[in-house]
Design a protein around this ligand. Structure first.
Ligand code: PMP
Length: 391
């Protein structure tokens, strides 16, 4: 059976990562994977999470199985966090194995209902959207997202999406677009919502970085507008980044729907989960629920999250300023405007190779750098390398 085992292509992200790990230089910069690091280069466990864990340990609750939907208190807290009050009753939420698990479950769900639906994914976009949708059996197409100056190319995006057929699904990043850091403005969300409604397209909003660029209220405006304008909205949410629960694999999938199909939606969700992993892991969900529901832990968490996003926004400004060539012109101004952890450097894959080989600065092949992985003290070194490469 295993004689002709094909060797899969290495994942491009993990391939760069293993190169970086072999690099012996002390001043190398790891800006590859999307994890938040503090000024000491550490991805800390949040204090609110530690307090929640202590409380859970003291209460020593049972480890007996939960239901197929996972931790229902967590599901209710996440629904309250993401969905406007008026839409809570029409939302079905299931706990998933991280944001990735939410994407897979939703794509499986979509395939079960409509195997001929095409999933539209932004280009550039999150590297894992396409493989997850395709493994679920769905066809994928891309829509352009950026113009040659790295701004949102709204016209091209809308033009492409208007070619989608009724019933297709459009994947959108709720905030902090990965990899570009370019988000839609409120008017752009509204225009997009009208197009989706008129073409009978359903959005799947992937929200993996809530709170990392702005207040959650502001970041949720686009999603809330979609919910107010469309019959159905899919949501894939992750607690990995904004609660620092990465390895606890905590997330959820939601369907917000004006139909009265909520019981059927839940049954299908649970059936998909049952034939996959049965039940999601409890620990992260129990922590996340405490962070969202206990007033003290909630205010601790919000404080730490605000600190994280202030640090990222500060690093963005400092990097952009350091790269400014003269008073009048700053072609790196977009770095300061960018949202969340990532931005794209204007470099080709071979230039990114040079950045790694000559300077020990590692981003992805597509030019993505994780600004949240930077220390302020490293900005002069990064700036000098970018300058030399751009010459
Ligand atoms: N969606 C996007 C856009 C992401 O960037 C990520 C994580 N890198 C995920 C989903 C998956 O998140 P998780 O780690 O919770 O599976």
């Amino acid at each position: 059976m295993l004689h002709n085992l094909p060797i899969p292509q290495p994942d491009p992200l993990w391939a760069v990562l293993s190169k970086m790990e072999q690099d012996q230089r002390n001043d190398k910069l790891d800006l590859i994977v999307g994890v938040y690091r503090d000024e000491n280069g550490v991805t800390p466990t949040m204090q609110a999470v530690q307090l929640a864990e202590q409380r859970l340990a003291n209460e020593a609750t049972s480890k007996a199985y939960k239901g197929l939907s996972g931790n229902t208190l967590f599901n209710a807290s996440m629904t309250g966090l993401l969905v406007p009050n008026g839409a809570i009753a029409k939302t079905t939420t299931i706990q998933t194995v991280g944001g990735t698990g939410a994407l897979r479950l939703l794509f499986d769900f979509i395939y079960a209902l409509s195997p001929s639906a095409t999933v539209w994914i932004s280009n550039p976009g999150y590297i894992n959207h396409e493989p997850i949708a395709q493994k679920a059996g769905l066809k994928t197409k891309t829509y352009p997202y950026l113009d040659s100056n790295g701004q949102l190319d709204e016209a091209a995006m809308l033009e492409h999406l208007s070619m989608a057929k009724p019933g297709d699904v459009v994947v959108l990043h709720g905030c902090c677009h990965n990899p570009s850091g370019v988000d839609l403005s409120e008017p752009q969300w509204k225009t997009l919502a009208s197009l989706l409604a008129s073409k009978q397209l359903t959005p799947l909003v992937d929200i993996a970085y809530l709170g990392l660029s702005d207040t959650m209220e502001n970041e949720l405006k686009g999603l809330h507008h979609l919910i107010g304008s469309l019959e159905t909205v899919f949501i894939a949410a992750s607690c990995s980044k904004n609660m620092g629960l990465y390895c606890e694999r905590t997330g959820c999938a939601m369907v917000v729907s004006n139909t009265s199909q909520q019981p059927a939606i839940r049954s299908l969700f649970e059936q998909i989960a049952r034939s996959n992993y049965s039940m999601p892991p409890e620990h992260g969900a129990a922590i996340a629920h405490l962070l969202l529901s206990d007033p003290t832990l909630n205010s601790n968490w919000q404080g730490e999250l605000t600190f994280m996003r202030n640090r990222i926004n500060h690093l963005r400004k400092q990097l952009s300023l350091a790269l400014q060539e003269d008073e009048r012109e700053n072609r790196y101004a977009y770095l300061a405007r960018g949202k969340g952890m990532f931005s794209l450097l204007p470099f080709s894959s071979s230039e990114m190779d040079i950045l790694a080989a000559r300077f020990g600065i590692y981003g992805t092949k597509t030019g993505r750098i994780n600004i949240a992985g930077l220390k302020e003290s490293q900005i002069p070194y990064l700036t000098e390398a970018i300058r030399q490469l751009a010459q």
